[in-house]
Design a protein around this ligand. Sequence first.
Ligand code: FAD
Length: 509
Amino acid sequence: MTDFAAPLDDILFSLRHVAGAGRVPDWDDETAEEVLGHFASFAEGVLAPLNAVGDRQGARLENGRVRMPDGFAQAYRQLADGGWQGLTAPEEFGGMGLSPLIAAGVSEIFTGANHALEMVCGLVPGAIATLLRFGTEAQQAEWIPKLASGEVLSTMCLTEPGAGSDLSRIRCKAVPDGDGWRLDGQKIFISGGDQDMSDGILHLVLARSGPPDSGLKGLSLFLTRPGPGVSVTRIEEKLGIHASPTCQMEFDGAPAELIGEEGGGLQAMFTQMNHARIDVALQGVAHASRAWQIASAYAADRGQGRRADGSPAVLSDHADVRRMLDEQRHLAMGMRALCHIAAVALETGDAPDLVEFLTPLCKVLGSEAGIRAADLGIQILGGYGYLEEYGIAQVWRDARITAIYEGANGIHERSLATRGLRPGGGADAFAALMAELGQGDPHLDARLADWQALCDDLRAADDATPRAHAFAKATKRLALDAAWCRIAAVADAHPEPEEIRRLARSLRG
Ligand SMILES: Cc1cc2nc3c(=O)[nH]c(=O)nc-3n(C[C@H](O)[C@H](O)[C@H](O)COP(=O)(O)OP(=O)(O)OC[C@H]3O[C@@H](n4cnc5c(N)ncnc54)[C@H](O)[C@@H]3O)c2cc1C
């Protein structure tokens, strides 16, 4: 198997030159390079070697406790000791206070090295952000230092057997009890609901504090911890991310504290959603990039067939294999560019409409990119791609979930074609971004004009939802083309400018 190598040059090129991270006040080129370089070494040396082990062993439930695969607890200890869990947490709470853009680079590298472990550790920045915005001073003082130091990991407990995409069906009940609350009910599919790596766990639970028929408005956000009234009753057998324990949890009179306003649960949960969705998009980028890495190394080495001059060929000498390798790279670099542009817009805060549109778009396109590139990787490796030996099958299995969690892709596509096209929904800001990235390129201008006509069509339709998927596909073609216009325009800043220009040309066919 090709060892994991963090795509550090590509990430730094994308953040600095493609997305213009320098526009964000707390960005610093040197710090970013140094911090990402350190994390890349850690990921290559410690996290990546556990990826296949975790896949083979999986997490296990033994006597009500989850056991992580061999080596995971030790790796987590090193992660926590390195301060990585508190990367973006404010310094006054023991964090490093670094830019979320650096964190975007870290989380892509983390996923490329070991998606399953990233799943269990990656909810912490969102939990900290939620506590900072909605927690009381006492809650912040109690939990944020522990989250930042890695003493505690966190979960997000939303899903129930009858409430997946539609959270208005949540039944888990919260009742006042003295100064606090008690939780009763079941949650399913909870990532990291238990593990044996951190000393404690902070469970953020969305539960019904209003009457049974109170819909979304009756939901509040609570925090609770392992102990009496909180148990893991099973963990799921699944297609991929085997080392990430996907837990069924029972809350039976669990003591809990309210976070934020009663009835404000969804709003509190959604604080972390924009970041979380771009994070999932970056998981897709990580898979696309890793799939290309495995496939390009294999294709450069495996002898098969002959060149036009009759000399022995390797796979990458064949035009069709090169087509597939190029598509993988287009997806990885193009989607990384869009995610970083979205992340910069989120941090500068000066284009909220654009963020509203780009966030679901990145979630859909990033996750699709990872799955597609992994699928192409399997094809490039031929029969060996279908085996576990080269690790590409695991990339495909691990990538598959990204289109489902953090809002199933179909739901984001529907929201792009409906909310996204309303006044203030972000489509106009997105069109302006496309024109800016295209810099007058005639091919892109033509595609943009077609896309705007499609938007007008959908706005005039009684119901845009049946065409939501087609709209997302058209938006994807436009967005990737525009991203590549921008990548090509700054190619000189990449260590391989000629290769970048060749890739940009080949996207046009
Ligand atoms: C490995 C894994 C980890 C997870 N981690 C967590 C976690 O940590 N915390 C947590 O709370 N949950 C978690 N989940 C749950 C996940 O978020 C849900 O599976 C997801 O929200 C979809 O819900 P569902 O499975 O009930 O599917 P359903 O809601 O039944 O949807 C099934 C399909 O129908 C379509 N669909 C449904 N409703 C609509 C609609 N209104 N419009 C258009 N299409 C629609 C979607 O395409 C979807 O793919 C995890 C799930 C898995 C498998």
